[in-house]
Design a protein around this ligand. Structure first.
Ligand code: PHE
Length: 440
């Protein structure tokens, strides 16, 4: 295994892993979930979930990946040769392909909106023209398919170049750029007249808003946003150096991911309130509500370009990480070249991504259990497979693996005792209770 690639620097490893975590989950989904679920109450439970479940599960994945330096199935087989643990590897690979399929549809919309914004076609409509524009685009028989495929092609081009020249280099450029855009945007928004109301909405928890449903949503959001439960972080950790501290990396990544989600809220809500809009618009907030605001804002085109640029950077670094799970699996377990493995991954994602893209148009009548393919993939992966994966990883590392090996992996780093305690007891019980409640 000596020639297996590793991230060159610790900065590169963090940039790539934060790149995986920071994505549509933070900038697109967090603001609308918070908007629909009581703002501050949602944020509070979300933070709790990050600390008691997010960081422990992340560390568990890191331990498995870094101790073996293998893809998910190879790692589980090496650590537990006589058990069926490696089957969870296949669950993770399936979940990653499902997420990649519906995720790239939204990424395709973003690329289309970026092109519209750059070419000046996103401004100048009547306020209700934007909803019509989005619906007619999303339900078009081939345009969303084309943009989804284009996005997956860009994803493919980075992945083909390999870990160092593709993933690490792209993350080292894109992540700092993303932070710069986000800071500029948040400062601009906080200077708008609606800023105070927005900060209040997001930061002040109204306890009457805390319901079991909000807890379920906040947990799902924490898992999705931190890329947990499907072995994405396990795969990246298999490229970490042995000298990296796993608990420190996990804390930094969770902090940065949460910071980006909060900043995204602080970037979007002041604008929403200042222009007299409502924060509950849901998934269409970014595509239907924000363009109306940009249309009225001074230099609106520039802000629109920046927003869709930001979303693009965030989403491609995440889709790259989802794809790496199957690519590592195919190259190591089936001995095929990286190019071929990348092509297989892209091919599957293009087929299922296109079907998901059509869920808003020609295939909207095709439902399974009352859900379109897009919604079904989202529901099964985020609400079922990710929590199951989270329970599995925390139990596997917390109880099944040799304690001395786990301690050796975590030997130099902060919070080890607390993280292990949460990994063994708090995380599995908490995830299982919220999960079971959600299915009832
Ligand atoms: N964490 C990413 C986001 O917030 C999504 C993701 C989920 C990425 C699972 C990889 C694996 O958008």
């Amino acid at each position: 295994m000596s020639e297996r690639a590793q991230f060159t620097t610790r900065m590169g490893a963090i940039a790539a892993t934060v790149g995986s975590a920071v994505g549509l989950g933070n900038i697109w989904r967090f603001p609308y979930e918070a908007g629909q679920n009581g703002g501050g109450a949602f944020l509070l439970i979300y933070l709790l979930c990050v600390v008691v479940m997010g960081i422990p599960v992340m560390v568990a994945e890191f331990v498995i990946g870094r101790s073996t330096h293998r893809n998910v199935c190879g790692a589980l087989r090496q650590l537990s040769p006589h058990s069926k643990a490696r089957w969870f590897g296949y669950v993770g690979i399936t979940a990653s392909l499902m997420i990649l399929s519906f995720y790239s549809v939204v990424c395709g919309w973003i690329v289309e909106y970026l092109v519209l914004a750059v070419s000046g076609r996103l401004t100048g409509l009547e306020p209700n023209g934007y909803a019509t524009m989005f619906t007619s685009f999303a339900s078009h028989p081939w345009r969303p398919v084309l943009w989804t495929a284009l996005f997956l092609l860009l994803n493919h081009l980075v992945l083909r170049r390999g870990l160092k020249r593709g993933i690490e280099r792209a993350s080292n450029v894109m992540m700092p750029l993303l932070f710069v855009i986000l800071v500029i945007f948040a400062i601009h928004s906080l200077l708008l007249p609606g800023a105070e109301r927005a900060v209040n909405f997001l930061m002040a928890p109204r306890l009457e808003d805390v319901t079991p449903d909000v807890a379920l949503k906040a947990m799902g959001q924490a898992f999705f946003s931190l890329s947990l439960g499907l072995s994405c972080l396990l795969t990246y950790a298999s490229y970490f150096k042995n000298s990296d501290s796993l608990t420190r990396n996990a804390t930094v990544i969770a902090l940065l991911d949460t910071l980006v989600a909060v900043m995204a809220g602080l970037m979007i809500f002041p604008a929403v309130f200042s222009y007299g809009m409502e924060p509950q618009a849901g998934p269409k907030l970014i595509f239907e509500v924000l363009p109306i605001i940009f249309n009225q804002m001074h230099m609106g085109i520039v802000w629109a370009v920046l927003l869709f640029m930001l979303l693009f950077l965030a989403s491609i670094t995440s889709s790259i990480s989802m794809s790496e799970i199957s690519i590592a699996f195919l190259t190591e377990e089936h001995n095929i070249s990286r190019e071929a493995a990348t092509t297989v991954n892209t091919g599957i994602a293009v087929v299922f991504g296109s079907l998901c893209a059509l869920s808003f148009g020609p295939l909207s009548g095709f439902t399974i259990c009352g859900k379109t393919l897009f919604d079904l993939f989202d529901f099964v992966s985020s609400n079922v497979l990710l929590p199951l994966g989270g329970i599995f990883f925390s139990l596997f590392v917390g109880w099944h693996l040799d304690r001395r090996m786990v301690n050796a992996q975590l030997s130099h780093g902060p919070f080890v005792a607390i993280v292990i305690f949460c990994m063994r007891y708090v995380a599995p019980v908490a995830i299982a209770s919220v999960f079971i409640y959600g299915l009832l």
